[in-house]
Design a protein around this ligand. Structure first.
Ligand code: NAI
Ligand code: MG
Length: 321
């Protein structure tokens, strides 16, 4: 029995989450599903994007399925996703990217770095503090090394140690943990790494990096899979995990019913894997592949199907397994 909080959020979040939820309910009708209201629309309506009560509900959940939220560039508004990751201490952000001939796992540090939230404005400049702590780096390095150990035993450490002293520190800790795990490593500067991942994806197994670099790298890597509508992510803490598509609320297509739900459905696949149901996770992936092969695709993939068409097709393929 699991308690699953469902937070669709803003924009296309509430359009893609129902498709994902239906598949989760198909496997686990007995779990408790708790709808949660948060985000920018919630802020406009209630003055609070994430109330203490909502945060408490999220804290008590074993699993969280999250859509996307709009973050306006308003200095008074603080990102809800960042706050949740921090408050629940979901320190490892996993973003798998795989396809023909490549299988990469990007492990992004999720609680500090440039997104530590320590920022201030002065008369003639604005500052953001980049924090790289021993404990924060060690646990993400350990996590990534453990992942690599179960995979092809190779870890690439994305960094900018040629410029940033905080990355010299991060790098040292990662090397130490990788050595303890007995896996091979590569150190790569993040700027050239982004290009190389796109050009030679088969060279990579697990990539570990700090918060903002992981954010940028994983969005760029979405190119390998046909766009942002395809990529899921898992935010893992010590006792709970939150699953969300890599994409945002996509205001340009929101309300049209044409958002690609595959990233959200793949979140369910990651969730099932997280709770130890790997065969089901793989079945979801096969059902997605068959849907695409049958040409049931949303416009971002060159098709004419709606969000619900794709969601229904994936579910049908699962039922037919
Ligand atoms: P975005 O990911 O929302 O959209 C970028 C582009 O990709 C758009 O052209 C959009 O139509 C397309 N796209 C994204 N997901 C798609 C899907 N499932 N199917 C088809 N096309 C899709 O990123 P953008 O435009 O930079 O940000 C929009 C809003 O989302 C902003 O307020 C931003 O702060 C927020 N955001 C929230 C995130 C989250 O909730 N974790 C992550 C990234 C952005
Ligand atoms: Mg991003």
């Amino acid at each position: 029995m699991k308690r699953v909080a469902i937070a669709p959020g803003d924009g296309i979040g509430p359009e893609v989450i129902p498709s994902a939820l239906e598949i989760l309910r198909y496997y686990h009708p007995e779990w408790e599903y708790i709808p949660v209201y948060l985000g920018y629309e919630c802020w406009k309506r209630t003055g609070d994007a994430l109330s203490d009560k909502t945060l408490e509900t999220l804290r008590k959940a074993d699993l969280i399925l999250f859509g996307a939220i709009t973050t306006p560039p308003d200095p008074k508004y603080h990102s809800v996703v960042l706050r949740i990751r921090k408050e629940l201490d979901l320190y490892a952000n996993l973003r798998p990217v795989f396809g023909e001939g490549f299988d990469i796992l990007i492990v992004r540090e999720n609680t500090e770095g440039l997104y530590s939230g320590i920022e201030w404005q002065e008369k003639d400049r604005a500052c953001t503090l980049r924090v790289v702590s021993l404990e924060g780096s060690r646990r993400i390095a350990r996590f990534a090394s453990a992942c690599a150990k179960r995979r092809r035993r190779h870890l690439t450490i994305g960094n900018k140690a040629n410029v940033l002293k905080s990355d010299v520190y991060f790098l040292e800790i990662c090397v130490e943990e990788a050595e303890k795990a007995g896996i091979s490593i590569d150190k790569k500067y993040i700027d050239s790494l982004v290009l190389d991942v796109l050009q030679h994806p088969s060279r990579y197994d697990v990539i570990v990096t700090t918060n903002i670099f992981g954010d940028i790298l994983s969005d760029a890597a979405a190119f390998l899979e046909g766009g942002l509508g395809m990529l899921p992510s898992a935010n893992i803490g010590r006792h709970q995990a939150l699953f969300e598509p890599v994409h945002g609320s996509a205001p340009d297509i929101a309300g049209k019913g044409i958002a690609n739900p595959i990233a959200a459905i793949r979140c369910v696949s990651l969730l099932l894997k997280y709770v130890g149901e790997k065969p089901r996770a793989l079945a979801v992936e096969r059902a997605i592949q068959k849907t695409i092969a049958d040409g049931i695709k949303t416009p971002d993939l060159g098709g004419t199907a709606t969000t619900d068409d794709v969601g229904r097709a994936v579910l049908r393929n699962l039922q037919a397994e």
